[in-house]
Design a protein around this ligand. Sequence first.
Ligand code: Q9C
Ligand code: ZN
Length: 340
Amino acid sequence: VQVFAGDAHRAHHATELDEGRLIPSWEAPARADLVLAEVTRVGHHCADAPPASTTALAAVHDPGYLGFLESAWGRWRDEGHDGHAMGFGWAPRRSAGRRPDDLTGQLGWYSFAVDCSITEGTWAAATAAAGLAVAAAEAIVGGAPSAFALCRPPGHHATADQFGGYCYLNNAAVAAQHLRHAGADRVSVLDVDYHHGNGTQDIFDRRGDVQFVSLHADPAQQFPWFSGHAGEVGTGPGHGATRNLPLARGTDATTWLDTLDVALSELDRFGPDAVVVSLGVDTYAADPISDFGLQLADFTVAGGRLAAVGRPTVFVLEGGYATDAIGRNVAAVLDGFEAG
Ligand code: Q9C
Ligand code: ZN
């Protein structure tokens, strides 16, 4: 598997509000470094890529949001604050819905969770991650059967105009949209991260040309709380192109792999020209913030089943917080795919 990775991600290490305390985020630089070390060790070829262009980002993100993200840290610094940039107020359910002028107000307007913050290196890291996703998509366009974008920060929670869930720019959506521009008529995004990919779903909700299929912890019990229910199936022209498979707390590997098969049958039905996999490995049994039961061997099995779809596949890294195991788990998916 052709791997795209770089070190721009290290400039981003955010603060998160976790169970009432501000802590260095679980989504830490070591994650990407350890995945890169492991995929290199097992022999995958790795290359860097330039940051995503404004055009590639604006194809899935709101221009006002992009301008905000790029300038937020400088504005925060100029205001003289300690700590990282976070909002503290969000729109009530029924509100006039106008963007405030003040930076702190805008931090609320453009976010939906306080589990991540904006730091000095956030924009550079996020645009670099999206650039890796573009490069991986481009590798597929050039005929590669598979490519892996080692994205950090992750992306699947980021909507067109809101950050949250450790995500700022939606790398998987950028990759899927790039594939569409490059000539794939139909693209499927399969999200296997432990959490629902609310951002990706939102971006493609009304689209019939990009399918979104996700298996994840039931939002009644788990972040991102407000989307990912089975009844969400897409809107208007996108009706039927979204499929959600919520799973109970503590779901074991057998149930998860059976549900993966259901997800894969949805891909077969759609018949995509290319597939983007939002590859989170926070389904791992020892993940510190999740509660599913997958072991290393299950990731290999999953990779093999993804290969059986028989389509060019872009893997984009999402979550996975058991740092000692994240490299092995990701490599197992890629190895299973190559063997399959
Ligand atoms: N006590 C991804 O996996 N907050 N994002 C966790 C832990 C939300 C996960 C709080 C987790 C977001 C890309
Ligand atoms: Zn996750």
